[in-house]
Design a protein around this ligand. Structure first.
Ligand SMILES: [Zn+2]
Length: 340
C-alpha cells in the first residue's frame, strides 16, 4: 500500500513537472526577453526608429551588424512617363581591379566616352532638401547619376542616402570627413582611415556595400593613397569638367552656363557637381533640359563587383556613432509613476 501510494505521489509529481515544463516552453510570456539574434529583426527597420529606441552601445553594434546583412529592397524601375526625357543612353560596367582612374583632369588613360556622352556625378551629400531635390530632377528626366557621399553625412542622413540607392543611382564614397588626403600633415595611416571609414559609413547608411568608386576631396590626389586604393580595387574619379557650383559667387544660372560652355567645348565628359549645394539642386532641372536639347546623352557607370568594407572599420564606426544610451524622447514618455 505504501508502495502504491509512493508510486501515485511520484506520478503526480512527474505530471506536475511535465506540465510545468510544457507551460514554460510553450506559454506566451509578456515578460520574456526579446530574442538576442538581431537577424530576426525586420530588414527594413528604419534607422530613425533605432534612434528612438532605448539602446545600449552593445545592442547598437549588433544592429549595425544586422544592417550590414540587410540590403534595401531593389525598387522595380518603372517605365519613364516622360517621352522627351534625357534618360540613360547606356550603362557601362567597370572592372575596378587595380584601381583604374577616370576623369581627364587627372586620369587620361581610359577614354571610354563617345562624343556627346556625359556622366553626371554629385559629391558631398547626402543632405536634406538639396539631395532630394537633385533626386527629383534626375527622376523627372529618367536619368541616372553617380554619387560620392561624405561618410559623416551618410551617418547623419542615412535615409536620404538609401533613397539615392533605391532610385537606381550608383553610390561610391568620398572619405569620412572630407579631409584633404594630400595635406602636408596627414599620415598614410590617417588617409587610409579616411578612405575606409568613409566606405564603412556609406555601407552603414545603405545597409549594403557601396560601389568601389572613390573621389578625393578637392581632387587632391596623393600617390600613396592612390596606391592603397589600387590595392583595394577601388576606381578613382576625377572629372572632365567642374561645375564650380561650390563657389561663393555661384548661382543656378552660372552653374548651367559653366557646365554647358565647358561641355560644348570638350564635346563630352564626366561632370562634377554637388548634391550638397542648394544652387545645384535649383540649377539641375534647367541643366538637364539643356543637355537634352544640346543632344547630349547620359552614361551610367556601375561597378562589376561591390566594395568590401573592412570589419575593423565597421566596428570602429559603430563605437564612434555613440548613440545615446537613452533616447531623445521626453522624460514623461519614458518614465511613468505607477505607485507612490
Ligand atoms: Zn567634396
Amino acid at each position: 500500500m505504501r508502495h502504491a501510494f509512493g508510486l501515485m505521489l511520484a506520478s503526480v509529481a512527474a505530471a506536475v513537472a511535465i506540465a510545468g515544463v510544457w507551460y514554460w516552453t510553450s506559454a506566451p510570456r509578456s515578460d520574456a526577453a526579446p530574442p538576442k539574434t538581431m537577424a530576426a529583426k525586420p530588414a527594413d527597420q528604419s534607422l530613425a526608429k533605432l534612434a528612438d529606441d532605448v539602446e545600449t552601445t552593445a545592442s547598437l553594434q549588433s544592429r549595425f551588424a544586422a544592417l550590414h546583412e540587410a540590403a534595401p529592397p531593389a525598387l522595380p524601375q518603372k517605365a519613364c512617363p516622360n517621352p522627351d526625357a534625357l534618360g540613360v543612353s547606356r550603362v557601362v560596367e567597370i572592372d575596378t581591379t587595380g584601381g583604374p582612374g577616370f576623369g581627364f583632369e587627372h586620369f587620361k588613360q581610359l577614354d571610354f566616352l563617345e562624343p556627346k556622352e556625359v556622366v553626371l556625378t554629385f559629391d558631398d551629400g547626402p543632405w536634406p532638401g538639396n539631395t532630394p531635390a537633385v533626386l527629383k530632377a534626375l527622376d523627372d528626366q529618367c536619368t541616372k547619376a553617380l554619387f560620392f557621399p561624405i561618410g559623416k553625412h551618410a551617418t547623419y542622413h542615412p535615409e536620404i542616402l538609401r533613397q539615392v540607392l533605391a532610385a537606381g543611382h550608383t553610390v561610391g564614397a568620398h572619405t569620412w570627413s572630407h579631409a584633404n588626403l594630400n595635406g602636408k600633415k596627414i599620415t598614410d595611416q590617417a588617409a587610409k582611415d579616411e578612405v575606409e571609414k568613409g566606405f564603412s559609413a556609406v555601407r552603414y547608411a545603405l545597409g549594403t556595400n557601396p560601389s568601389p568608386f572613390f573621389r578625393f576631396p578637392q581632387l587632391e590626389h596623393n600617390p600613396q593613397t592612390m596606391a592603397y586604393l589600387g590595392s583595394r580595387n577601388v576606381a578613382m574619379f576625377s572629372c572632365d569638367l567642374d561645375s564650380f557650383d561650390f563657389r561663393k559667387d555661384s548661382s543656378p544660372d552660372k552653374i548651367v552656363n559653366t557646365v554647358m560652355t565647358k561641355v560644348d567645348k570638350l564635346g563630352k565628359g564626366i561632370i562634377l557637381m554637388h548634391d550638397f549645394q542648394k544652387n545645384t539642386a535649383l540649377a539641375l532641372p534647367t541643366l538637364l533640359r539643356r543637355l537634352k536639347d544640346g543632344g547630349y546623352k547620359v552614361v551610367q557607370m556601375k561597378a562589376k563587383t561591390p566594395f568590401s568594407t573592412l570589419p575593423e572599420y565597421d566596428d570602429a564606426l559603430a563605437k564612434d556613432l555613440k548613440l545615446p544610451t537613452v533616447s531623445a524622447r521626453p522624460v514623461s514618455s519614458v518614465v511613468q509613476t505607477v505607485s507612490r
